[in-house]
Design a protein around this ligand. Structure first.
Ligand code: B12
Ligand code: SF4
Ligand code: SF4
Length: 220
């Protein structure tokens, strides 16, 4: 976070979220095409990268990650005078992946999840904060997609049931596999295709965190 934010709402937000392992992940000045409810002038995104948020959540003793995030972010939003919005409220869901591409150097990967040049596939969005005022934002970082220079694309060759096709992500094939004994590896360690990506491996989720998300996905 640039020093120029010292003492501002953005700075308070970053400091308030840090003990939760949550980070501010850039922002943008929305227009009508961004479909942000309430017509705010600035949107900041909040998310996680790697296992930091998971460790804080584990320490809380709460069972629902979404409820824990809402609790933390609602409080942070009240402190800095913003309206909180959540990716899990829906359907209809808010277009967080589109907003993310406005706010941070992320790009669609061949398996759908957005890839970040540092974090690889090991990051997510947990909330957005909508501000009525226009806040100064750092210039957007222009960083190319790591997928552009990844000749082998192991993410596309690793799924045991070929769930990633030209037609998109075959969710029923994936969930059927993880319900079978042969799918235990995906269930307990996380999606094999995601694990095959060579980018940002130091940010990889720890096994308990991967299992938590895979079980939540299976329930969904
Ligand atoms: C519904 C949903 C699902 C559904 C359906 C997904 C599907 N059919 O593709 C299910 C339950 C299957 C699912 C699964 C997962 N999901 Co999901 N999901 C969502 C959710 C809640 C809504 C998506 C949506 O409909 N948005 C509405 C549209 C209008 O919004 P949008 O941003 O404009 O959507 C665009 C993108 O989604 C994009 N898009 C979608 N698919 C693809 C595929 C390709 C190839 C490309 C280029 C673009 C693209 O096109 C849309 C139109 O512009 C989002 C959160 C959110 N609010 O966005 C998370 C979200 C997309 N999921 C996410 C994740 C991480 C997962 C899992 C990997 C979870 C896990 N296990 O760890 C799994 C994938 C399973 C696996 N193999 O590991 C993350 C992605 C983070 C990232 N780095 O990009 C999100 C953003 C949630 C978050 N908190 O960050 N998910
Ligand atoms: S394996 Fe290569 S193509 Fe696939 S997501 Fe990672 S960098 Fe992109
Ligand atoms: S979780 Fe396993 S079955 Fe599902 S897409 Fe990933 S690799 Fe394929």
């Amino acid at each position: 976070m640039p020093d120029k934010y010292a003492g501002t709402a953005v700075y308070s937000l970053t400091a308030t979220l840090a003990p939760f392992g949550l980070i501010t992940r850039g922002g943008f000045h929305p227009g009508p095409a961004d479909s942000v409810p309430g017509d705010p002038r600035t949107v900041l995104l909040v998310g996680n990268a790697g296992p930091a948020m998971w460790r804080a959540f584990q320490g809380s003793g709460m069972g629902s990650l979404d409820a824990w995030v809402r609790d933390a972010v609602d409080r942070a939003a009240a402190i800095c005078g913003a309206e909180p919005l959540y990716p899990f409220d829906g359907p209809p869901f808010l277009p967080f992946q589109r907003w993310a591409q406005r706010a941070a150097p992320v790009h669609p990967s061949p398996i759908g999840v957005l890839i970040h040049p540092d974090y690889g596939l090991w990051h997510a969005w947990r909330a957005a904060l909508a501000f009525a005022d226009r806040l100064d934002l750092p210039a957007p970082q222009e960083r190319p997609s790591p997928c552009a220079t990844c000749a082998v694309k192991p993410c596309l060759a690793t799924c045991p049931v070929g769930a990633f096709t030209r037609a998109g992500y075959n969710v029923p094939a994936c969930t059927a596999h993880i319900d079978r004994p042969s799918g235990t590896d995906c269930l307990l360690e996380g999606c094999r295709a995601r694990r095959a990506c060579p980018v940002g491996t130091e940010w990889r989720y720890v096994p308990a965190q991967a299992e938590f998300h895979m079980r939540a996905f299976r329930r969904a």
